[in-house]
Design a protein around this ligand. Sequence first.
Ligand SMILES: NC(=O)c1ccc[n+]([C@@H]2O[C@H](COP(=O)([O-])OP(=O)(O)OC[C@H]3O[C@@H](n4cnc5c(N)ncnc54)[C@H](O)[C@@H]3O)[C@@H](O)[C@H]2O)c1
Ligand SMILES: [Fe+2]
Length: 386
Amino acid sequence: MESFVFNTTKSLINQPGAIAQLADICKQHGVRKPIIVTDQGIVACGLLEKLEAVFHREDLPYACFCDIVADPPERVIYEALDLARSQGVDGVIGFGGGSSLDSAKLIALMLASGEKLEDIYGIEQAKGPRLPLMLIPTTAGTGSEATAVAIVTTGETSKMGVVTPLLLPDVAILDAELTLGLPAHITAATGIDAMVHAIEAYTSAHKKNRYSDILAKEALDLLANNILKVCQNGQDLEARQAMLLGAFLAGQAFANSPVAAVHALAYPLGGHFHIPHGLSNSLVLPHVMRFNNSHCHELYAELAPIIMGDDYIAHEDSKAVSTELIKHIELLIGNLKLCTHLRDLDIQEKDLPVLAKDAMLQTRLLQNNPRNVSEQDALNIYKAAW
Ligand SMILES: NC(=O)c1ccc[n+]([C@@H]2O[C@H](COP(=O)([O-])OP(=O)(O)OC[C@H]3O[C@@H](n4cnc5c(N)ncnc54)[C@H](O)[C@@H]3O)[C@@H](O)[C@H]2O)c1
Ligand SMILES: [Fe+2]
C-alpha cells in the first residue's frame, strides 16, 4: 500500500440556499467584519445583492472588493489588499469563479502574515498565519475551494502559483442556487475543466493514491452524468448541485494528485490569447489523451464506464476501450457547443511553436504526465488541436 499525506478543506456545506448561514458562520469563526472578494460579473447578475442581504439581515458589517478580473494579475491582488487593510477587516469571503476564489485565498493570507507575493510563489514558501477564509464558488469548475493553490498572472503571458495548505479554506459553501443563472458556455467550459481535474488526477504519474482515485471517480460520475443536463436546462437545481459537488471532489483529488499535460498545454492559450481556463483545457483535452493513450490506456479504460454511461461497451482490450472513451469525450465537447479548433479562435498556425515553447516551461505540471512530453510532442498536439 502506498504512503501518502492528504490535505483538504476543513468544513463543507453542500446545500442549496446555504449562503443564508454565512453571517452565522462568520460569527462562529470570530469574524466581526469580513471582506467579500468578487468580480463585476457577479455584481451585474445580482448575486452580490443576495449575499449582502444575508449580512444586512444579521446586522453584520462588511467590506467589498468587486474588481477581480479573470486570471487575476498581481496589481489587482494588491488593490484588494489595500482596500481590506483600510477597512480593518478580520475575515475574507471569496465569492465567484476561480479568479475571485484564488484572489480571496491570497488576500486572507497576506493580510494576516504581511508576506509579499514575490516571496510566496512556489511550493510551501508561505509561513502564514492567515485570516479566517470562506469560499463560495459560483461556477462548478476550478474546485479552488478544495485546493491549496492560487494562480496569479505575473507578466504579459505568464502565470505563477502559490501552493500551501494555508490556502485551504476554513469553510466551503456549495449552494447551487447561485449557479442557476450561469450562462451555458461558461457552464460547459468550467464543467470540462472539473472533468479534466479528475481525469488528470486519476492518471497522475507521482502522487496518485487510493484516496484521490475514489474522489476522481466519484467526481466524474457526478460531472459526466450532469454536464449536458445543466447546459440544456440551467434551472435544474439538482443537476447544478451535483456539478458543484463533482467540481469540489475533483478539486480534492487533484489537490493531492496533481494535474498534468492538459493543464500545461492549456496555460499558454490563456496567457497568449486570453482564452478562458476551461475552454483552453477543452481544446487540448482529446489530443493530449490520444497522445497519452499508449502509456495509460488501462487507467483511461477504468474511467470509461463512469464517463460513458449507457454508451460504454465492455471489451477485453483496454486500448480499444480507451480509444472509444476519447471519441466519446470529443463528441461530448461538440454536444456542449464548445469551440473545438484553435484556428476558430484567431490563432494562426505560425503561433503554435511559441505555444509549444511556453508549454515546456510548465515543468511543475509536465512531470505529472503519464508520458514524457517533448517540445516537438507539444507542437504536434497543438497542430492536432488547430
Ligand atoms: N486554485 C486552483 O486550484 C485553480 C485551478 C484551476 C484554475 N484556477 C484559476 O481559476 C481561474 C478560472 O476560474 P473560472 O473558470 O471559474 O472563471 P473566472 O473566475 O475567471 O470567470 C468566471 C466568469 O463567469 C462569471 N460568473 C461566475 N459565476 C457566475 C454565475 N453564477 N452567474 C453568472 N456569471 C457568473 C464571472 O463574473 C466571470 O466573468 C483562472 O485564474 C485559473 O488560473 C485555479
Ligand atoms: Fe483547471
